[in-house]
Design a protein around this ligand. Structure first.
Ligand SMILES: Cc1ncc(C[n+]2csc(CCOP(=O)(O)OP(=O)(O)O)c2C)c(N)n1
Length: 566
């Protein structure tokens, strides 16, 4: 068999894995790889302007497409710049492969220029990592990396490749069977457990589905919609699960947790059977764990056995892929001719929802962020939505009507500011003609604003909306509520000229103060062939409500004072 170089192997593997876009940034230790990237014709390479952006873009590409996202960087600082991106993808179980260059084998351990213990640093932020010291290992490692990224509980995989390994010739046999003795995820749920679960659903008086990111990851939305319809059992969604059910589904009680709806949090607190479907009981959902779903028998469906009973004790575990378990459960329920019993429970919940629906007080003097979000939904109802982190992220989660899975990409588990602009690029490359809207705060947008240049260079058109409160808004909110209004280092009233920034990067910018201005600019942005930056000046002191104070029980919500308002 003809021998090829390590760098050629990387490109061949990407071809075999049907990768169509790679995000990256070159440098000394990655030069061999980049020389090969220059010659290949299988995939498009996007030169971002910061390595963190490469990983966030690959991450959002994966979230939107369901494929594995890929990034390539150089050693040392090129690699360390990727850590926030890796941690973000790891927390949210997003499949991606990061390839980093490393100094040559002979230099490892010598404090060589741009040498860093990359696998040592990435270990806690990835599902698995490799330092490939011999060319013979490279084909297997590449193959395993893609398999691991997209199977079981998905996640980021890091491959560190010394410069000599990317140059040396070796045999590339990618067709070999993959044998991994110690890695065998369970996909199919235990049949007996599923039968018992069907029985529990039949007996429960106040059952509730608690849907998490696993519903999206395993493409289970259709089956879950069918399950909810058949059983007439209500459901709450985590931030990561938004879009699993349609937002207008009466049985969808919306997002639960710290900024969840009143009805969702009350349902969690009062249910007698809680069926967690691919959710991981994050502290932003559970609040005080000893008070969480106290009256309920807990069923925990998860592909990752180590997640089960990690935070909340599960009375009834089902290990398996969400889509497979839910399909099997549906078969069982249909076989037994399940009759919904939830009428009284639904009446109680309806009352909760009518007492405290998700509301905000609109104004004609100052723009309210919730109005802006709803206006976007009106003008572009099917758009893909990306958010950064902060108040705007929670308002989007509360007020944008998500209607299909993979409609939202947001940094959930890590809450990494700076995520959304590069993520919007990755998302747009995944969804092509669809509209991509990026909501960011005036703090977070500055963390990766250089990526407007990438957008311009490659003609990647996104609509970027800054919900500008001239504060690090979410932190300001906590300072208002819990720190005596000591606005320590959160005032951002000194503002850059966002229009000039946008124009400097070849994009179009707008300053917006009124509803009329917003609607006009947004319509123009939809039609524009350029990326746009809409700097929307909003009410400085608007809070995100409801809010469960950190560590409190989730039924102890700080609620908006207004009732029955839109
Ligand atoms: C990289 C990073 N640094 C700090 C934080 C802590 N943090 C969470 S929200 C927030 C404020 C965000 O402000 P802004 O981007 O203006 O958005 P807003 O809350 O006003 O919508 C901060 C500093 C974070 N999540 N990520």
């Amino acid at each position: 068999m003809k021998q090829i170089s390590g760098s050629q192997m990387i490109c061949e593997a990407l071809k075999e894995e049907k990768v169509s876009v790679v995000f990256g940034y070159p440098g000394g230790a990655a030069l061999n790889i980049y020389d090969e990237i220059y010659k290949q014709k299988y995939f498009k390479h996007i030169l971002v302007r910061h390595e963190q952006a490469a990983v966030h873009a690959a991450d959002a590409y994966a979230r939107m497409s369901g494929e594995v996202g890929v990034a390539v960087v150089t050693s040392g600082p090129g690699f360390t710049n990727t850590i926030t991106g890796l941690a973000t993808a790891y927390s949210d179980s997003i499949p991606l492969v990061l390839i980093s260059g490393q100094v040559a084998n002979s230099l490892i351990g010598t404090d060589a220029f741009q040498e860093i213990d990359a696998v040592g640093i990435s270990r806690p932020c990835v599902k698995h990592n490799y330092l490939v010291t011999h060319i013979e290992e490279l084909p297997r490692v590449l193959k395993e990396a893609f398999y691991l990224a997209r199977s079981g509980r998905k996640g980021p995989i890091h491959i560190d490749i010394p410069k000599d390994v990317s140059a040396i010739l070796g045999h590339f046999d990618y067709s070999k069977e993959l044998v991994m003795k110690t890695y065998k995820p369970t996909f199919k749920g235990n049949a007996k457990q599923i039968k018992k679960l069907a029985g529990l659903l039949k007996e429960a008086k106040r059952p509730l589905f608690y849907l998490g990111g696993g519903c999206i990851a395993s493409n289970a939305s259709e089956s879950i919609r069918e399950l909810v319809k058949l059983t007439q059992i209500p459901a709450v969604e985590t931030l990561m699960a938004l879009g699993t059910l349609r937002s207008d589904d009466k049985l969808n009680l919306k997002m639960a947790g710290m900024h969840g709806s009143y009805v969702a949090n009350m349902a969690l607190s009062e249910c007698d059977l809680l069926v967690s479907v691919g959710a991981r009981f994050d502290d932003r959902i559970t609040g005080k764990t000893s008070e969480f779903a106290k009256q309920a028998k807990i069923v925990h469906i998860d592909i990752d056995p180590s997640s089960i009973s990690k935070i909340i004790n599960a009375h009834f575990p089902v290990v398996g892929d969400v889509e497979q378990v839910v399909s099997e459960l549906l078969n069982e329920l249909k076989k037994e001719k399940f009759i919904p019993q939830s009428k009284e429970w639904l009446e109680i919940l309806k009352r909760y929802d009518s007492i405290y629906p998700l509301v905000y007080e609109d104004s004609d003097e100052v723009l309210k962020p919730q109005w802006v979000i709803k206006e976007c939904a009106k003008l572009a109802p099917e758009a893909r939505i990306i958010t950064d982190v902060g108040q705007h992220q929670m308002w989007v989660a509360q007020f944008y009507p998500f209607n299909y899975p993979r409609q939202l990409a947001t940094s959930g588990g890590q809450g990494a500011m700076g995520y959304s602009l590069p993520a919007a690029l990755g998302a747009k490359l995944a969804v092509k003609e669809e509209v991509v809207i990026n909501f960011a705060g005036d703090g977070g947008i500055l963390m990766n604003i250089q990526e407007l240049m990438t957008a311009y260079e490659y003609g990647i058109k996104t609509i970027n909306i800054i919900l500008n409160n001239a504060f690090l808004g979410m932190v300001r909110q906590w300072q208002s509520m819990f720190y005596n209004e000591n606005f320590s280092e959160t005032d951002l009233s000194l503002q850059p000229d966002f229009i000039k920034i946008a124009e400097g990067f070849g994009c179009k910018g707008y300053n917006i103060h009124t509803k009329k201005e917003f609607t006009k600019a947004f319509k123009e942005a939809l039609k524009s062939d350029k990326s746009t930056l809409l700097n929307v000046v909003i009410d400085r002191f608007e809070d995100v409500l409801p809010m469960v104070p950190a560590g409190a029980a989730i039924y102890n919500m700080i609620l908006p004072k207004l009732k029955d308002k839109k």
